[in-house]
Design a protein around this ligand. Sequence first.
Ligand code: PLP
Length: 413
Amino acid sequence: MKEQNTKPNLDTCMDYFYKGSKDVFKKAYDFVEADMIRQLNIYPYYQTIDYNEGPKCIIEGKEVIMLGSNNYLGLTTHPEVRQAAMDAINEYGTSLTGSRLLNGTHKLHLKLEEDLAAFFNKESCLVFSTGYQANIGVLSALISKSNLLIMDKMDHASIYDGYKVSRGDVISFKHNDMEDLDNVLASADKDVGKLIMVDGVFSMEGDVAKLDDLVALKQKYNTRLVVDDAHGVGVIGPGGRGTAHHYGLQDHVDLIVGTFSKSLASVGGFVVGNYKVVDFIKHYGRSIVFSASIPPASTAAANKALDILKREPERVERVQENSRYMRENLVSHGFDVGGSETPIVPIVVGNEILALTLWRELLDLGVYVNSVVYPAVPRDRAVLRTSYTSEHKREDLDKALEALVTLKKKHGF
Ligand SMILES: Cc1ncc(COP(=O)(O)O)c(C=O)c1O
């Protein structure tokens, strides 16, 4: 079937099957897939992780090599990050109990905003409670009626959802396909305000947005450009400054969105950019106005992780080196890792049941990965998403590789 490059399908198959059903719970009672997979003991979701140290973790009472996190710089258990969170709780309590707008803004937020704006060399920053909410806030504020959001088909779900809470229109282009984007832009209404939004590093594929082409097209068609760099910050670009800096094009990217839940060892999100635009999002972003602010402990932890990133840029080199090592070895053993260029290295398995079975068998061999199936990836392209940190040791990477090679031979994928 020819891939369409028009409005992305935002409905789920549930919407189609249960249209007109008289009981909204019917779909829940009919939902059997998870139970079937649980019975086969290959259900990979909501797995309890008793302790996650970064490169290793404890699951089902056993130490396993962690290849399934976004803890790229291994900072979640760093003594200074822990201490910063504890100090913030001791000094300011556990919650601010309200939205930034009314009663939830704290001096720790302002300090972190100042540090992030300086780190990315942008005028202004706004901190949110999650990365997801950062995208909701940006798009709900900026995409108003008669505006057009133009997004990569493989953008993160929070960008799809950001569109849904906006009042504008949306069109998607084929993943990282600049010719298709050119066609989309050429056929769009010239009088409509447009915003192109892409992931800097794509969360499932581990490839990098073609920012040089994106900037050229932004200029050709006079649009705005936003990069969600959740997986780029701390991972690529000089000092871990992410995709825009990796290309040296930070002055041409209007807004950079990011999260604290990956390299920055906490939870929360941010947007950096021009003062007037950030100030507008501050007043019109629904997720910042109508949701409680990020607590002191999470804010302080993210700020400390940022300090460590600035102080120890060698962590960025190490995460890149570990990823390169694994990517090259996986390829040399015949694994299909798609277009990965970053610490996110998917291993294409194809069949969904096989991807779930491999997840279980790898765990039994002491390796934790993420099994990713439809709708996060196309139906016939289930993957094992592996990801690497600066703190992985070579011997553990070799052990993980050995387990993967063993299972590759067993199942012949
Ligand atoms: C590209 C991208 N954007 C946004 C988010 C949301 O970030 P958070 O989990 O911090 O809410 C994610 C999380 O996986 C992501 O991968």
